[in-house]
Design a protein around this ligand. Sequence first.
Ligand code: TRP
Length: 466
Amino acid sequence: MSEESRSSIHGQWSNRMVFILAATGSAVGLGNIWKFPYITGENGGGAFVLVYLVCIAAIGVPIMMAEVMLGRRGRQSPINSMRILAAEEGRPASWSWLGWLGVIAGFLILSYYSVIAGWALSYVFRTASGVFEGATADGVSSIFTGFVSSPESLLAWHTIFMVITMIVVSRGVKHGIERAVSYLMPSLFVLLIILLFYAMSTGYFMQGLEFMFTPDFSKLTAQSVLVAMGHAFFTLSLGMGAIMVYGSYLPKETSIAKATMMIAVADTTVALVAGMVIFPIVFANELLPGEGPGLIFQTLPIAFGQMEAGVLIGTLFFILLGFAALSSSISLIEPAVAWLVENRGMSRVDASVWCGLATWLVGVGSVLSFNLWASKTWSLSLFGETLFENKTFFDTLDGLTANIMLPLGGLFIAIFAGWMMRPESSKSELNTVEKGYTLWINLVRVIAPFAVMVVFLNVIGVIDFN
Ligand code: TRP
């Protein structure tokens, strides 16, 4: 089949705006609002944020363009797209392994992502009940600790979130995904802006900004550079085929470069605003920025408890956060579902159910790592250097997927797009101005792979900046 006549059996986006919305829906999620603030807090602030921004621009954007391009050219699930494109470019069929790596990464990420999304859902009801009204920072923290120490509650919310995800995914791209994202993303952003005004009123806004934007490079370790790079992949949904699969539903005429820029800017803005909301609240209440995964659940409720109409705004906020998580989670499982439909002849519904069940099961491990397994920890070292030490099941999965599997996937995507594909192919698919193409090809060929390699080698101690 020539690439001209190729189209996806799963359907196509109605128009360019829908792709941008869906891909932004995938990108903007817990990563921006829950994860970015807490890892920024854990890694010392400014210098970490700077590295993250550089990674978005120099690695994330070019690799995102590459991933969308491969998807649109292949028009199938990442596994099959990689196989087809490799054949077309005269490369070994083993490139489809890249698709497999992605399917596994997506599945592992969703398993813990769903647990945290469950926290957001449960906070909808907790906030609506009014318990946070006038609550102190200590009160809010102890509510959080009480909640996560109950495996039953976490399990129930994890289950509810997985079921909702599977329902949306089983309805398919056009009916499920498109509708879910069109209204909710903009609303979430509006609420964040309202919260930003609250943060300005705390009297600690400047201190928050200073924490986020004044780089102190003495706080930067090889580890935190790895976390910043891993997060650039995580937050843009890169390196595992999610964006590739969305690209496979993209109409031929759309400019990939423009769409990518819009998605990256929107995603980064949401993360930075979330940080600017959370850190002033942290400092105003004498909390610690390095609180960990509970950070937003220990800070935002304080704000909701103090502000005018806080019950309403807070409830809405967690509803929208739940939707933001949903529009991300569907993209984490879509590559696996698309593959099962294509290669195993399953119906979308069956494929969704099986994927959901398997993901749910792994998620139980993350549920338990906040309570019964809290002291069960793992360490990993490579070449005698510790990659991580004494991490819970949840932290281990997160570190393994976000900081290792995604950058590795991205590295191979860059190598494939930059070196394995003929420039004629990538040029005609990207169809952008000459200058833009030259910049892109240099970024995916040299800069992005080099940067990922340097960060990896630095972490395992082969090279050392410190
Ligand atoms: N980007 C999403 C977030 O920030 C999470 C996500 C969705 C993701 N799809 C992905 C992460 C694919 C990595 C790969 O919350």
